[in-house]
Design a protein around this ligand. Structure first.
Ligand code: 5GP
Ligand code: MN
Length: 313
């Protein structure tokens, strides 16, 4: 019988990764397990209201500790666990809970449902068969997982099951309106300052179907901004009428760019990001490319144009 369990989400954690991890962690603790919660990167301030989130560690003091079970949530490839891949490798059993299409199969028990809108939907299903009640804390975590990965139920991944599960979470009694305000209607001033700078870089392809923006390290440094303050900015170029594909370049290091891809109707950006060693979902994906901005963008734009052409066929 497993006693010690480690749970870890992906680098640059988002609402799904954190909400899923916390829901699972709280539930397993209620079942008497010793659970440690990890994240390869610090938790963004906007998620600091989540139950038990203060216990998420982004460094592990005891590197020799062997867990009975290591659970990876929302990670399509082992690398997305960042520095925690080692801890995973030395654990007795590894459980993967994921919802990315075309992911790497790893671990001992691999649970991947690309039909699920969020890893949180799969955790919901798992908790339904475990001897544990979904209480208000767990429900809040699952709600955050689902509401963030579905873009507040606006994206294609939102199905009838998603709404049914969320209805059940609401019935448990959670402050949904307050959660939504905290997540989507409150930003630190610095996030708006970044948006101002980023909008200054907005460009549109001649065909009007691709829009892009970028933010340099210099800008982030000047504004004393953290990576998390850039979250959500990609939605602006995508908003433009006629744009099918939005690109957002964030300089993570000198001549190293994290690129976010978002499509609107039919372009599979998971495939596009995979051309550059990244991945994600059909409408939201990402990758990291090294090189100066001009050459990186030239490469990405060429591949993007080609994939738009291919999607027409
Ligand atoms: P975002 O652009 O918000 O960072 O990521 C959007 C989606 O793409 C998420 O589902 C995330 O898991 C995935 N993603 C982002 N960056 C990478 C990456 O470098 N590699 C892989 N495999 N997936 C990524
Ligand atoms: Mn997810």
């Amino acid at each position: 019988m497993a006693k010690t369990i480690a749970i870890c989400g992906h680098v640059m954690p988002d609402g799904d990764s954190l909400g899923s991890e916390l829901a699972m962690g709280i539930a397993l603790r209620k079942m008497g397990k010793e659970v440690l919660l990890f994240s390869p990167d610090p938790v963004p301030e906007s998620y600091s209201f989540l139950p038990a989130v203060s216990e998420v560690k982004h460094q592990h003091e005891d590197n020799n500790k062997k867990f009975d079970i290591f659970i990876s949530v929302d990670c399509s490839v082992p690398d997305r666990l960042g520095s925690f891949t080692e801890l995973m490798q030395q654990s007795e059993q590894v459980v993967i809970i994921d919802h990315h299409a075309g992911s790497t199969v790893f671990g001992d028990l691999y649970l991947n449902d690309p039909e699920a809108a969020a890893a949180g939907e799969i955790i919901f299903d798992i908790l339904k068969v475990l001897p544990v009640d979904i209480d208000s804390y767990i429900a809040q975590c699952l709600y955050v997982a689902i509401v963030t990965d579905t873009g507040s139920f606006r994206y294609d991944n939102t199905g009838p099951e998603t709404h049914l599960k969320v209805a059940e979470l609401l019935r448990v009694g959670i402050p949904a309106a307050r959660i939504n305000k905290q997540l989507f209607e409150e930003k630190p001033l610095v996030s708006l300052k970044i948006l101002e700078e980023a909008l200054g870089t907005l460009m549109l392809s001649e065909c009007g179907r691709i829009a892009w923006m970028c933010v340099s390290r210099e800008t982030l440094k000047k504004l004393d901004a953290l990576d998390e303050h850039v979250d959500g900015i990609i939605n602006y170029p995508r908003m433009i009428k006629g744009v099918e594909l939005a690109l957002f370049y964030r300089e993570v290091d000198h001549d190293t760019f994290k690129i976010s891809f978002r499509s609107k109707y039919n372009l599979d950006v998971n495939k596009l990001a995979a051309l550059f060693g990244g991945g994600g979902h059909s409408r939201a994906a990402g990758c990291i490319i090294e090189g100066d901005f001009e050459s990186v963008h030239k490469k990405v734009l060429k591949a993007a144009m080609q994939s738009l052409e291919d999607a027409k066929k």
